[in-house]
Every structure is written in structure tokens, then in C-alpha cells.
Design a protein around this ligand. Structure first.
Ligand SMILES: [Zn+2]
Length: 138
């Protein structure tokens, strides 16, 4: 059984994120507008793409077709959301994206199945930020 090594750290990170039903509903319009948007890739996500075999098309697929899980509460002008989707291959992919002031930036992308303890069963809820055998946390 999984035992969290950093319960207070995971709880405090979890408090930064959330979504009201109104925010979830309003996101459909935002996501639709993204069809004509070019997303900038943060150097962090480029590194992760190489490590994890994730293409730009995979990320775009999730951004346009995935389901928004929650939003970061403390990003000022910028909005930040976590989106979960499945690639045509069936592989689940989690993407964090930030937007505002005509800027659209992908922060990171990961396969939640590679860290199952961090998620609930269908990957719709992030439960932990702590790591087991990895050197980085996102
Ligand atoms: Zn934890």
C-alpha cells in the first residue's frame, strides 16, 4: 500500500488547485477558441517530451479534446489549468497549460499511468505530488 512521505506538502499543493462547476462549464468556450491558437512550449515541457516520448501533436490533441480537471487559484493575470485526455492509442496524457495576454504556454505533460499513486483510478483527480522513485515531481 502506498504511504505518502510528505502529507503536508501534498495537502498544500492540492489547495492551490480547484474548479467550480461554472468554471468547468465556461471552459468549453475557451477550449473551442484554442482551435485557432498556437501554443508555445515551455523549456520544461520540451525536456519532458523527450524523456517521455510525447509529441507536440499528442499535447495539442489533449488541449483541444481533453477534459479540464481544475484551475490554479493563484496565477494573477495568467490562468493555469490541468487537462486530462486520452490519445487515439488509449494512452492517458495530463497537460498543464497557462494562458493570458494572448499568450498560450504548455508548462508540462505527463502520462499519469507512470505515477498511479498520484491519481485516483480514472485520473480525474490528482491526489499526491510526492515522488517515489523519480527525481522530479512533475
Ligand atoms: Zn503525497
Amino acid at each position: 500500500m502506498f504511504v505518502c512521505k510528505d502529507p503536508s506538502g501534498c495537502a498544500s499543493k492540492s489547495r492551490n488547485w480547484g474548479a467550480t462547476p461554472q468554471q468547468i462549464a465556461g471552459f468549453a468556450q475557451i477550449q473551442h477558441a484554442w482551435r485557432s491558437v498556437t501554443f508555445e512550449l515551455d523549456p520544461h515541457v520540451v525536456k519532458r517530451q523527450r524523456e517521455r516520448g510525447i509529441s507536440r501533436a499528442d499535447i495539442r490533441h489533449v488541449l483541444l479534446n481533453g477534459r479540464v480537471l481544475e484551475f490554479h487559484h493563484q496565477k494573477g493575470l495568467y490562468r493555469r489549468a490541468r487537462i486530462m485526455g486520452r490519445l487515439p492509442s488509449g494512452r492517458p496524457l495530463h497537460v498543464i497549460v497557462e494562458w493570458g495576454n494572448n499568450t498560450y504556454r504548455v508548462i508540462t505533460a505527463m502520462d499519469p499511468a507512470s505515477r498511479p499513486w498520484q491519481w485516483n483510478e480514472d485520473y480525474t483527480q490528482r491526489l499526491h505530488w510526492c515522488v517515489k522513485n523519480h527525481s522530479s515531481e512533475d
